[in-house]
Design a protein. Structure first.
Length: 172
């Protein structure tokens, strides 16, 4: 069984996931995992599919054929995951919106060798003032050799500079 990582992008409308799923199933593929979302009238997702070697090329051709329905598809072969050398840490951040928050946070994470496993951000009005508040939720892949206290200190120092509230917690 081969594994593919597929990225899809299309105008948001009913049936897009069904079209993709039907294409995969028609070629003996197995939908293993995915992350999909709608934003600003567009639909995007990433998924991992298992496919028998004998139908691998036909599935690739069929997925490319979804372009005539407005679904753009890109793929790569799934690599073998290395043994786990990191621990998951949840991060929540809230503060006044301003340009550069994601850049500044991601820089501090990269400097410590921390990978972003998942990141969800949005800007919402503050409850009382209606001022725009930036919200971020993330799962961080922290190297096993790096202590949570060290991560917390570096991020809290940045949070003070950015005037944001930051919360880190271990994932079970």
């Amino acid at each position: 069984m081969n594994h593919l990582v597929i990225t899809v992008f299309a105008p948001d409308k009913a049936g897009q996931v069904e079209r993709i799923a039907d294409c995969i199933a028609a070629h003996g593929g197995n939908w293993l995992e995915s992350r999909m979302s709608r934003m600003a009238g567009q639909f995007a997702g990433i998924l991992r599919v298992g496919v028998p070697a004998e139908t691998h090329e036909e599935l690739l051709d069929a997925l490319r054929g979804l372009a005539k329905e407005g679904i753009q598809v890109m793929f790569g072969e799934s690599g073998i995951e290395q043994s786990c050398t990191w621990k998951p840490i949840a991060m929540e951040l809230v503060g006044n919106d301003r340009p550069g928050i994601v850049r500044d946070i991601s820089r501090v994470l990269t400097e410590q060798g921390i990978n972003l496993e998942r990141l969800v951000t949005e800007v919402r009005p503050a409850p009382m003032s209606n001022e725009p508040l930036f919200h971020a939720e993330a799962i961080l892949a922290v190297p096993l050799t790096l202590s949570l206290e060290s991560v917390q200190q570096r991020l809290e120092a940045l949070a003070d500079e950015l005037l944001v509230e930051l919360k880190l917690s271990t994932q079970d």
